[in-house]
Design a protein around this ligand. Structure first.
Ligand code: ATP
Length: 235
């Protein structure tokens, strides 16, 4: 569904990605794990058209999307939830959600999407008329993901959804990722929290200083102590 081939990205003289390749197939949750500065965010920004690659190709449903403007990539159904949530604090939950569907013309599609978000996030339904700024960190993260779901995603790119959240909320976020995947929306999940990412994904890629060091089924990576210690900072 999504295929990254030999992608190289530079910031001036710094090479952030050294020809990485990865793939997300239908119905998969794929994790991209690695330490701070490894190149995870750069990978997502390249996919959504925010960062121009120096070399390589990105195919979505067989079509190259490199060089396409961001709004075209959104229209194709590739929806990015950036790190740090970036919700509108002075808009209500409903208004925030509707911002996600601004480019969808069909009212039925918008109301179906809203219905689906309410099912996945009952907390947002309870708080539908509250201002975004009054929500807790975990609820704001749910709102950011809910807003992305309003755009009728064919594939979701999630950047560090667990960042800064209390452990019990991290588990809730993990469960919602699984709920979204059950709706048939594949997910590319970027996480520093490797354990969480491996627990909720089918496959994972380990990235280190702009290189993919390995990829495997997540369950196998979770079981492998050496890999955990070497790449994932788990002691
Ligand atoms: P984090 O979890 O901190 O976001 P990451 O794995 O997502 O880390 P990136 O943000 O993709 O890593 O950064 C990869 C490399 O590119 C790092 O060395 C970083 O310092 C560098 N980098 C990222 N953005 C820029 C930029 N706008 N200008 C210059 N260098 C950058």
């Amino acid at each position: 569904m999504l295929e990254i081939k030999n992608l190289t990205v530079r910031y001036g003289s710094i090479t952030a990605l050294h020809g990485i390749s990865l793939e997300v197939r239908e119905n998969e949750v794929v994790a991209l794990v690695g330490n701070n500065g490894a190149g995870k965010t750069t990978t997502l920004r390249s996919i959504s058209g925010l960062q121009k690659p120096a070399k390589g190709d990105i195919l979505f449903q067989g079509e190259s999307i490199v060089g396409k403007p961001v709004h075209k990539i959104v229209q194709m159904g590739l929806i990015h939830v950036p790190e740090g949530r970036k919700i509108f604090t002075k808009l209500t939950v409903r208004e925030n959600l509707l911002m996600g569907s601004f480019s969808i013309k069909s009212k039925t599609e918008v109301s179906n999407n809203l219905e689906r978000v309410m099912q996945v996030f009952p907390k947002l339904k309870e708080r539908i008329n509250q201002y975004g700024g009054t929500l807790s960190g975990g609820e704001q993260q749910m709102l950011a993901v809910g807003r992305a779901m309003m755009a009728s995603p064919k594939l979701l790119l999630l950047d560090e959804p667990s960042l800064g959240l209390a452990p019990q909320i991290v588990d809730v976020i993990g469960d919602t990722v699984l709920d979204i995947a059950k709706l048939g929306i594949p997910i590319l999940l970027v996480e520093q929290n490797a354990n969480l990412a491996l627990e909720i994904s089918n496959r994972a890629y380990v990235i280190e200083t702009g290189n993919i060091q390995m990829s495997a089924d997540s369950a196998d990576l979770l079981k492998d102590d050496t890999i955990q210690k070497t790449y994932l900072g788990v002691s």
